[in-house]
Design a protein around this ligand. Structure first.
Ligand code: FES
Length: 134
């Protein structure tokens, strides 16, 4: 590998915003939920799995939690998705997408943008699970 390629590779691997690092190391919403109102599990192409659990009260997300066996970026992305979902209506949750998660985290490396996509897709599926049950 050329020296310039090596530097690019290194900078990609070492990029963490302060919030990504905080959410990844101390994910406040990590954990499962007893009898959630909505739940989804998706395994991404990277083979990592995300579970998102929702508690819904009066049409709004009262509580959101997640579990993942994924990377630090996926922990941060799922924590961001949970944080962004709480207090939102079901409809507003469907607007939480890959881009809004990456913006909330103040950026992700390009080669880990899919971690935010996996978190958003799982959140949307959990909302749909709730809607289908109610
Ligand atoms: Fe699989 Fe991050 S590499 S979710």
């Amino acid at each position: 590998m050329k020296e310039s390629e090596n530097a690019t590779q290194k900078s990609r691997w070492m990029f963490f915003s302060e919030r990504t690092l905080d959410y990844g190391m101390n994910p406040a919403y990590y954990g499962d939920m007893d009898r959630p109102d909505g739940h989804a599990r998706i395994t991404g192409f990277c083979k990592d799995t995300v579970d998102i659990y929702l508690r819904v009260r009066e049409g709004k997300i009262e509580e959101a939690k997640f579990i993942t066996d994924g990377c630090l970026y996926s922990l941060a992305a799922c924590n961001a998705a949970s944080h962004l979902a709480i207090g939102k209506t079901l409809h507003q949750c469907l607007s939480i997408d890959q881009r809004s998660i990456i913006e909330h985290l103040n950026g992700l490396p390009d080669d880990h943008a899919h971690c935010a996509l996996l978190a958003a897709a799982t959140l949307h599926k959990a909302v749909i699970d709730y809607v289908l049950k109610n």
